[in-house]
Ligand binder design. Structure first.
Ligand code: SF4
Length: 374
């Protein structure tokens, strides 16, 4: 049953092409999980998150500065190589400067019918953030309506909100299962489920996810998980890395990154003002570090999850040159250490083979296991 999510993730381009053929609908590629997918689903557009392919590449150098994060460069490389040639539109919600540069280069060099820059506020802790974002969502909705040649009704927006909230609540239910002593699903399969939810039609994804959860809830408990770990950091859909960690006698039972729990932890609480409610959700969501200041709201949540999921250690990963995460990491490591949770920092780059991390992860696990002896 888990195989379907892996298939959706690994064949995401083929899926989107087939979806277009089947429905006649348009596909919007998006950067960053601050893009309000509710509005795209309301419009009948399939949102597909633009992610990298984890292969070394040599096509972005003329377009994007070499000291931008490897995730941004990998994403742009996929566009330049024509892997997203089925997209009808592309959009971003402002997060970090690196991914904005990817969007800007994409707009310049990869033709699409429609592109949109959504100005999402940085200072989400300001009381002005939600009304500001609501105004921007209104402008975006108008622009989308102009492109599609149809008006979005309240019923459309309600449907978009329901579609997203249903998927989110199922993902949370799946993560709840990972909290138990013997989680019936490991970190690798959970990563496939979340990553595929960012590229697959949510209705279809939710139906499959509900069936899988029912089977897991009614099935046998999973294997003993070995060392329970948390994965914290930048965007991460590096399945080879997770596979390696879990083959070393550990299980990733929880995470804090945007291809994981940060993507789906909060719902939209819709009332009469739909766009206002959507804006409030994106302002209140677990923040990306590019927006998490002056207070670091993320720290308390990381500690709460670490305790709740009984983690014995944390892998703190950072895409090389990622400034927002780099600024957060000292505070995260300190908070974890003060709470007795050892952590291992790893810098990710698509050119670093997973074998180099293996030695360090095994040494970290060894350290955790020795601590257990005392
Ligand atoms: S990994 Fe860091 S630099 Fe790269 S897109 Fe994400 S926040 Fe920006």
């Amino acid at each position: 049953m888990q195989a379907r999510f892996k298939e959706w993730y690994t064949s995401r381009h083929e899926y989107a092409k087939e979806w277009k053929k089947r429905t006649g609908g348009k596909v919007m590629g998006y950067f960053c999980t601050y893009v309000p997918e509710e509005i795209l689903y309301a419009a009948g557009v399939l949102p597909v998150r633009i992610m990298g392919s984890h292969e070394p590449q040599d096509v972005t150098e003329p377009h994007i500065f070499g000291m931008f994060c490897p995730f941004c460069r990998d994403c742009l490389a996929q566009g330049l190589k024509g892997r997203f040639d089925y997209l009808d539109g592309v959009m971003i919600a402002q997060s970090c400067l690196h991914i904005r540069q990817t969007y800007a280069s994409w707009q310049m060099h990869i033709p699409v019918d429609y592109s949109y820059y959504l100005c999402a506020p940085h200072h989400v802790q300001s009381p002005r953030a939600a009304p500001f974002l609501a105004g921007e969502l209104k402008e975006f909705t108008k622009s989308l309506e102009g492109w599609l040649g149809k008006k979005l009704t309240d019923e459309d927006l309600d449907r978009g909100i329901r579609t997203m909230n249903r998927n989110r609540s199922l993902l949370r239910r799946l993560y709840e299962l990972r909290r138990g002593e013997t989680p019936p699903i490991g970190g690798l399969d959970a990563m496939y489920v979340v990553a595929s939810s960012q590229t697959t039609d949510k209705g279809e994804h939710s139906r499959a996810l509900e069936d899988m959860i029912k089977a897991l809830e009614g099935g046998k408990p999973g294997k003993p998980p070995g060392n329970r770990l948390m994965l914290i950091g930048s965007e991460d859909d590096d399945t080879e890395f997770v596979k390696m960690v879990e083959s070393a006698g550990a299980t990733i039972v929880i995470d804090d990154h945007c291809t994981g729990s940060r993507y789906f932890w909060e719902d939209v609480h819709a009332d009469g003002d739909r766009l206002g409610a959507i804006a409030q959700r994106y302002v209140d969501r677990v923040p990306c570090p590019s927006k998490d200041w002056p207070a670091r709201k993320r720290l308390d949540r990381i500690l709460e999850l670490a305790k709740d999921y009984k983690v014995e250690g944390a892998l703190v990963i950072q895409q090389k040159f990622c400034d927002p995460h780099e600024l957060d990491i000292p505070a995260i490591k300190k908070a974890l250490e003060e709470n007795g949770i050892p952590s291992l920092f790893l810098e990710f780059d698509v050119t670093v083979p997973v074998g180099q991390f293996k030695v360090r992860v095994e040494a970290f696990l060894e350290m955790i296991r020795q601590e257990d002896l005392f």
